[in-house]
Write a protein that binds this ligand. Structure first.
Ligand code: HEC
Ligand code: HEC
Length: 524
C-alpha cells in the first residue's frame, strides 16, 4: 500500500457532491465527471476551494487562472491539451493530486480537458501554445554527473535545495508560492515525489519550463543568454537524478536485524559509524495522522529508513530521515507559524508552539502478541497497550513509555529506563541510533524480545519546524522486526503481513464510512 493510496483514502473521507447530474447543454459531459471526482478538491466553480482544499499544501489548482505547472511549453505559457491530459492521467506525485488513468475512461478524461479549459478565458483569447523543442537525453556518465554537480553550485540550486539536495538551503525557510502560502523546495533525493515525474527527461523538462506559480525558476533563459549550454543543462539533470536511488524504494513488511555475533567489534555504537553503510535499509512511508483530532494532513516526514542489527544480547536500530532543519530553530519559526495558519481548520486546535522539537517514536506492543492481534496502530488502547521508545531533539535522549492511546504515553521512572539513543543531524538528515538489551529486568513495562522472534514495530515522526506537535504527526502502519538467527525467520512472516495490510485497509474504509454517516445528516 503506497502513500498515494492513503492520500486517496483521505480524499474519500471528504464530503462529495452526491449524485451525478444528467448531461445536457448546461451540463457538458466534462462537468458531470468533474463534479463527481474533482470538485471535492478543486471546487465546483474550479477556483480550487473545494471542501477538502484547506487540508492541502500546495492547495488544489484554481483553474480560472489557467496556471499549469507540468508543461512542455515555456514559462508563463498555457499548456497543450496533451500536457493537461498527461497530468490528469498520472497525477502529481508528492502532492494530493491523484492520477485518474485507471479510474476514468479516455472519453471522460478528454471531456475533462475540454471542461477545465472552458473555466478560463485565456484559452479562448490566446493563440494555441507552442511546444518547446527538447533535445534528447545524452547517455549518463560519471563525467556528466560531476559536471552537473558543478553547475548545481554555479547556478545556485543549493540556495533553495541545499548542498545535499534535501531542501535545506539557506533560502528554504522563506519560500512562498504565488498565493503567498509557504512552500518547500523539493527534496532532490526523492525523485519519486517530484510533481512532474522523476526521470531525467522529466527533470530536464522542469528545468526548461519552471514550475509556474512556485519559486522554482526556469533555466531556459540561461541557455538563451549563453551562460550554460543545453548539454550542460542535461548534465545538471543527470546530477539531480543521481541524488535519488536508481529505483524507487520498495516497501518490505519485515525489517531484518542480522545477528552480528561477537565478532567484528560487536554492534555499531554511533549513528554515523560507517559500518551502517553495509547494513540493509528498509523504507517506511509515513502519512499524516488523520484519525484522531487534531488531525494532520501536511506531514513533513514523508518516509524514513530503518536498519537493525543484534548480537543476541542487545538490539541496535538506526532510523534516518530527511528533515531540512534541526528543530527548534529560530530561522524556521516564522515558516512553521505560516504552516500552522495555512493548515489549521478552526475546529481542530493545533498544540504547536514556537520551540517545538523534532520527535521520533518507535512503537512496539507491550507484550508479544500470541496470534494475529496487535495494539491499535496509534499507540494502542486500554486493552492492548503500546510500548514506546520516544526521542526528542531538544532532550537528545530517548525514554521508554507505555501508552494506551495516542499521546497518553507515560514515561517510565529514570531508574528503570533501558533504552539509549544517540542522534546526529547533518545536511538535512537525522540519524537516530536506539539501543536496548533484548531482555530487561522489567518485564511488566518493557517488551521482552526473546531470540529468533518477530516483533511488530511502527513509527511516528514530528518535524517541529513544520508546525508539528501532539497528535499532529506522521505515522506508519505496523511492520515486523525479525531478530535473525542462522535459520531465517522470514519464511513465517508473509501470512502475518498480508493479514496486517487487510486490517489497516479495513480501518480506513470503516473510518470513512463512519464519517460519511455523520457528515451527511440529510441523507435518507
Ligand atoms: C484529493 C484532491 C484532488 C482531487 C480529487 C483532484 N485534484 Fe487536481 N490537484 C490537486 C492539487 C492539490 C493540485 C495542485 C498540486 C500542486 O500545485 O503541486 C492539483 C492540480 C491539478 C492540475 C494542475 C496540473 C498542473 O500542471 O499544474 C490539474 C489539471 C488537475 N489537478 C486536474 C484534476 C482533475 C481533472 C481532477 C478530477 C478528475 C482532479 N484534479 C482531482 C488535488 C486534487
Ligand atoms: C528560489 C528557490 C529555488 C531555486 C533557486 C531552485 N529551486 Fe528547484 N524548486 C523550488 C521549489 C519551491 C520547488 C517545489 C515546487 C513545488 O512543490 O511545486 C522546486 C522543485 C524542484 C524540482 C522538482 C520538480 C518537480 O517536478 O516537482 C527539481 C527537480 C528542482 N526543483 C531542481 C532545481 C535545480 C536543479 C535548480 C538549480 C538549477 C533549482 N531547482 C533551483 C525552489 C527552487
Amino acid at each position: 500500500m503506497g502513500t498515494r493510496a492513503l492520500v486517496m483514502a483521505a480524499y474519500l473521507l471528504l464530503p462529495l457532491p452526491l449524485a451525478a447530474q444528467e448531461t445536457d447543454n448546461e451540463n457538458p459531459a466534462g462537468k458531470v465527471v468533474y463534479d463527481r471526482w474533482c470538485a471535492g478538491c478543486h471546487g465546483t466553480d474550479g477556483r480550487g476551494e473545494g471542501p477538502g482544499a484547506l487540508t492541502m499544501l500546495p492547495r488544489p489548482r484554481d483553474f480560472t487562472r489557467a496556471l499549469y505547472q507540468v508543461r512542455t511549453t515555456g514559462s508563463g505559457e498555457l499548456p497543450t491539451d496533451d500536457d493537461i491530459m498527461h497530468v490528469i492521467n498520472v497525477g502529481m506525485p508528492g502532492t494530493a493530486m491523484p492520477g485518474w488513468e485507471d479510474l476514468l475512461s479516455s472519453q471522460e478524461r478528454e471531456d475533462l480537458v475540454t471542461y477545465l479549459k472552458s473555466m478560463s478565458r485565456f484559452f479562448n483569447s490566446s493563440p494555441p501554445p507552442a511546444q518547446l523543442e527538447f533535445s534528447n537525453a545524452p547517455r549518463v556518465s560519471d563525467d556528466r554527473i560531476a559536471e552537473g554537480a558543478e553547475i548545481y553550485e554555479q547556478v545556485e540550486c543549493s540556495k533553495c535545495h541545499g548542498r545535499s539536495g534535501r531542501a535545506d538551503g539557506p533560502s528554504a525557510p522563506t519560500q512562498k508560492d504565488d498565493s503567498d502560502l509557504p512552500i518547500y523546495p523539493a527534496n532532490l533525493t526523492q525523485n519519486w515525489r517530484f510533481n512532474g515525474g522523476g526521470t531525467v527527461e522529466d527533470i530536464y523538462r522542469v528545468l526548461r519550463t519552471g514550475l509556474d506559480g512556485t519559486p522554482m525558476p526556469t533555466f531556459s533563459d540561461l541557455i538563451d543568454a549563453g551562460v550554460i549550454t543545453d548539454d550542460q543543462l542535461w548534465n545538471l539533470a543527470h546530477y539531480v537524478r543521481s541524488l535519488s536511488p536508481e529505483e524507487s524504494p520498495r516497501i518490505r513488511e519485515v525489517i531484518t536485524a542480522a545477528n552480528v555475533g561477537d565478532g567484528e567489534g560487536g554492534l555499531p555504537t554511533s549513528p554515523t559509524d560507517e559500518r551502517w553503510e553495509t547494513v540493509d535499509k528498509f523504507y517506511i512511508p509515513l502519512v499524516g495522522q488523520i484519525v484522531v483530532k487534531p488531525r494532520w494532513f501536511n506531514p513533513r516526514v514523508q518516509n524514513l529508513w530503518v536498519q537493525a542489527l543484534h548480537d543476541s544480547a542487545d538490539v541496535a536500530m538506526l532510523v534516518s530521515w530527511s528533515d531540512p532543519s534541526r528543530s527548534p530553530n529560530e530561522e524556521w519559526a516564522p515558516f512553521a507559524q505560516q504552516i500552522v495558519e495555512a493548515m489549521g481548520p478552526k475546529d481542530e486546535g493545533s498544540t504547536w508552539a514556537p520551540g517545538a522539537p523534532d520527535q521520533l517514536v518507535v512503537q512496539f506492543p507491550l507484550t508479544l502478541p500470541t496470534g494475529m492481534e496487535r495494539p491499535y496502530f496509534l499507540q494502542g488502547d486500554a486493552r492492548r497497550p503500546a510500548y514506546l521508545w520516544s526521542w526528542r531533539s531538544d532532550h537528545d535522549r530517548a525514554v521508554e513509555m507505555v501508552a494506551r492511546g495516542l499521546g497518553t504515553g507515560q514515561e517510565q521512572p529514570a531508574s528503570s529506563q533501558q533504552v539509549s539513543a544517540e542522534a546526529a543531524w547533518a545536511d538535512g538528515e537525522w540519524r537516530v541510533l536506539f539501543r536496548r538489551s533484548l531482555a530487561t529486568p522489567d518485564s511488566t513495562s518493557d517488551l521482552q524480545m526473546p531470540r529468533a522472534t518477530v516483533v511488530p514495530v511502527a513509527f511516528q515522526a514530528w518535524d517541529g519546524n513544520n508546525g508539528e506537535a501532539g497528535n499532529q504527526a506522521a505515522v506508519s502502519t505496523w511492520y515486523f522486526l525479525a531478530l535473525e538467527e542462522p535459520v531465517p525467520v522470514t519464511v513465517l512472516i508473509t501470512p502475518l503481513a498480508a493479514f496486517l495490510l487487510t486490517a489497516v485497509l479495513g480501518l480506513v474504509v470503516v473510518t470513512r464510512a463512519q464519517r460519511r454517516e455523520k457528515e451527511i445528516p440529510g441523507r435518507n
